[in-house]
Design a protein around this ligand. Structure first.
Ligand SMILES: Cc1cc2nc3c(=O)[nH]c(=O)nc-3n(C[C@H](O)[C@H](O)[C@H](O)COP(=O)(O)OP(=O)(O)OC[C@H]3O[C@@H](n4cnc5c(N)ncnc54)[C@H](O)[C@@H]3O)c2cc1C
Length: 389
């Protein structure tokens, strides 16, 4: 079987790697550069889960991904020599304001219900384990320790996936512009790359996957625009999507201040083992704009320094922004697109696409093979949010 994948972020690349591991052929069609969207821009935090207490399909998807991440990290390293930085570093959760305390208590009760290990740190334990934070996390703050939190270094992970795909014979096509999807009688028949050039290239496959992050909504609309030309009822927005910008900071210290991820409200600090420290992120609805702003960066730098004073402007090496692929109910879209028998969607993972990518790849590979996935995908059906115009 041949699978053509539109969009070369972590989701598209993971699906390509998984289907070729199962003996199929894959081609990834990327508008610009492979893996340079949200998958590169993100932080790589994988919050803890518990397969034993998972009830909702989203919890099963998280738990299955957590089971696969260490296996994928090992296989990627064996196949490519690239270490994706997977490590169980633990997560410190701090709350210094009333609002943060309320939200942390909510999270703690969820962890308790799901039997996800965590405990409160005493003042002495905090000073002992995180001396770098002892001046900033004061007595009236809350600090909880979640030992199961893990991280991957996402740029390395994506690089490893590209390299592994290449070694498995996946055809990786970059800088393809806007490919055109051709459609006839419920079936995608072909994708044309460079449709307006003198030498357009046609790609035919047995199944097609739409994994273009927040751009997937526009692509689905264009695609179903053709379907409506064919007298199919396609009223409404087939795949409502919301790009949500996140600005990020990267610092370089001589050595890592500690290994754990530190979470505070919507902000987090992620130390990499080589002394780089990520600090993020803003949450902004500004359309498809990936620029950073003076106020966004100023707000983040101030917050970073208030948490870890070592993060002075002298150590700031880089800032950037990426677009999280958001949906209107917080769940990803995974499943066949309406009016199509062979076009599958896998997008909308919002803040958790790096986390959920291995589990998503597995269920999408099951779908294209016409097997029933082990996870109930009904809450993720792309047709669930059809919004009438
Ligand atoms: C600041 C920030 C922090 C984050 N932190 C975390 C985190 O800690 N943990 C976590 O799990 N997740 C995190 N995320 C979310 C995560 O990065 C995303 O959910 C994930 O990367 C989405 O992957 P994707 O492959 O769907 O999208 P992308 O990586 O955006 O890839 C989509 C690709 O499709 C391509 N494309 C677009 N249009 C077309 C077209 N017409 N034809 C062909 N290709 C096209 C794009 O160029 C892009 O390369 C974060 C995101 C951001 C922005």
């Amino acid at each position: 079987m041949k699978i053509a994948i539109i969009g070369g972020g972590v989701i598209g690349l993971s699906i390509a790697w998984e289907v070729t591991r199962r003996g199929h052929q894959a081609v990834v069609i990327e508008k610009s550069r492979l893996g340079r969207g949200a998958s590169w821009a993100g932080a790589g935090i994988l919050p803890p889960s518990n397969a034993a207490t998972a009830i909702h399909p989203m919890e099963h998807l998280e738990a299955r991904s957590d089971e696969l991440h260490p296996q994928w990290a090992q296989r990627l390293k064996e196949e490519t020599g690239i270490d994706n930085g997977f490590q169980t570093c633990g997560g410190l959760y701090v709350a210094r304001t009333t609002g943060e305390r309320a939200s942390l208590l909510g999270r703690a009760s969820e962890w308790k219900e799901r039997a996800i290990p965590f405990h409160e740190l005493t003042r002495a334990e905090l000073s002992d384990q995180f001396p770098a934070l002892s001046q900033t996390v004061q007595d009236n703050a809350m600090a909880w320790w979640a030992p199961g939190e893990t991280q991957i270094c996402n740029p390395h992970h994506v690089q490893a996936l590209i390299s592994a795909c290449r070694k498995q014979g996946v055809e990786l096509l970059e800088n393809c512009g806007e490919p055109k999807i051709l459609y006839s009688n419920d079936t995608v028949t072909q994708i044309t790359i460079d449709p307006n050039s003198s030498a357009p290239r046609a790609i035919s496959a047995d199944a097609y996957c739409l994994t273009a992050g927040p751009w997937s909504g526009e692509i689905a609309s264009r695609f179903l625009g053709q379907a409506s030309d064919q007298s199919v009822d396609t009223e409404g927005d087939p795949l409502p999507m919301l790009p949500v910008r996140g600005q990020m900071l990267l610092y370089k210290l001589d050595t890592a201040p500690f290994a754990a991820v530190v979470n505070e409200g919507t902000r987090y600090l992620v130390p990499r083992s080589d002394g780089h420290v990520l600090f993020g992120a803003t949450i902004e609805e500004v359309g498809f704009d990936t620029s950073t702003t003076e106020s966004g960066i100023a707000n983040l730098t101030e917050h970073a320094q208030s948490l870890l004073p070592q993060l002075s402007e002298n150590c700031l090496v880089k800032t950037w922004a990426g677009l999280r692929p958001g949906t209107f109910d917080g769940f990803p879209y995974i499943g066949p697109l309406s009016h199509s028998s062979n076009l599958f969607v896998a997008t909308g993972h919002f803040k958790a696409g790096l986390h959920l990518s291995p589990g998503t790849a597995e269920v999408v590979a099951d779908l294209v093979e016409q097997k029933t996935p082990k996870i109930d995908l009904r809450p993720f059906a792309p047709s669930r949010t059809k919004v009438s115009s």
